[in-house]
Write a protein that binds this ligand. Structure first.
Ligand SMILES: Cc1cc2nc3c(=O)[nH]c(=O)nc-3n(C[C@H](O)[C@H](O)[C@H](O)COP(=O)(O)OP(=O)(O)OC[C@H]3O[C@@H](n4cnc5c(N)ncnc54)[C@H](O)[C@@H]3O)c2cc1C
Ligand code: FES
Length: 262
């Protein structure tokens, strides 16, 4: 059953800086909170001059008991910059939850996130209730403030940084084959820069492990009406990331049946 999408004027409870240019935004999410699934997103109407279109953000955390919903955002441009100025008590209109999220059927999941791609993986980690291992990558230690946030919910955490300031020096794609040689996972879930997700998906195929990827593209309506977010798929069909995704099976979007990698 498809639940109705809600557009709610939510009250901001917290808008706190948690890293270099990264903020955690918690709102009183009302009925949005109970419907939210990991991998889905919220389309935010940011109340600022010259910010007309809504902006999409992954749902990173929910607290059903207190009706709270949290997103993490990096300051990227005028919308997110304006968002940093909102305070406790201000109102922001949230449309959602939108899109199709991750499947939760895995018994032994590995989550691989790069940078802000870790945001939607937080709710996924929580829903796996201590079963999920998390491989996180970032440029440096400061970017991986996520470690402390994930720690209470993850089974085990593995870290790579480009500069070696935390965990193993290098990329998640370099550590992954080693992890797959030592541990048995039945599904890999990934979100982050596309180049990273393509690398992760390729390794997953080589190890015959199903892989789900969360895609990102600039969006306008967020509801499947404007076609601004379409992507190619393996069978030649075009899919709308906002409505058919943002989560897809890697083989459906990264691999063409005859020609190899798209
Ligand atoms: C499904 C989905 C979930 C997302 N979840 C998060 C999240 O949890 N946290 C987070 O920080 N960001 C997330 N994003 C990206 C976020 O929506 C953009 O960073 C934001 O809309 C930028 O708005 P702005 O007005 O600040 O930037 P703008 O002024 O609109 O643009 C500034 C720069 O950011 C680039 N940009 C804008 N939108 C995107 C996009 N979708 N992908 C890549 N580059 C973009 C522009 O090309 C431009 O270079 C998500 C995007 C999608 C599609
Ligand atoms: S954003 Fe309009 S169709 Fe996806």
């Amino acid at each position: 059953m498809t639940l109705p999408k809600l557009a709610l004027d939510t009250e901001i409870l917290q808008n706190t800086k948690v890293g270099d240019d990264v903020y955690a935004l918690t709102v009183h999410g009302g009925a949005l909170v109970n419907q939210a699934q990991p991998g889905q997103f919220i389309h935010l109407q940011i109340p600022a001059e010259n910010v007309f279109l809504r902006r999409p953000f992954g749902i990173a955390d929910t607290d059903e008991g207190n009706g709270r919903l949290t997103m993490y955002y990096r300051v990227a441009g005028k919308g997110t910059r304006a968002l940093t100025g909102l305070q406790h008590g201000d109102k922001v209109n949230c449309l959602g939850p939108l899109g199709n999220g991750f499947s939760l059927s895995s018994k032994r999941p590995l989550l691989v996130g790069g940078g802000m791609g870790l945001a939607p993986l937080l709710l996924l980690t929580k829903r796996f209730q201590g079963k999920a291992d998390v491989l996180m990558g970032g440029r440096n230690q400061a970017e991986l403030f996520w470690k402390d946030i994930f720690e209470p919910y993850a089974h085990e955490i593995f870290i790579t940084t480009d500069d070696g300031s935390l965990g193993v020096r290098g990329f998640t794609t370099e550590l992954l084959p080693e992890l797959l040689g030592q541990r048995k996972y039945d599904c890999i879930y990934t979100c982050g820069p596309e180049i990273m997700m393509r690398g992760i998906a390729k390794i997953a195929v080589q190890h015959d492990i199903p892989c789900q990827v969360s895609l990102e593209k600039r969006m306008a309506c967020g509801l499947g009406a404007c076609l601004s977010c379409v992507c190619d798929t393996a069978n030649g069909e075009r899919k709308k990331i906002c409505k058919d995704g943002p989560v897809f099976r890697a083989q459906d979007v990264f691999f063409a049946k005859k020609k190899g990698i798209l």
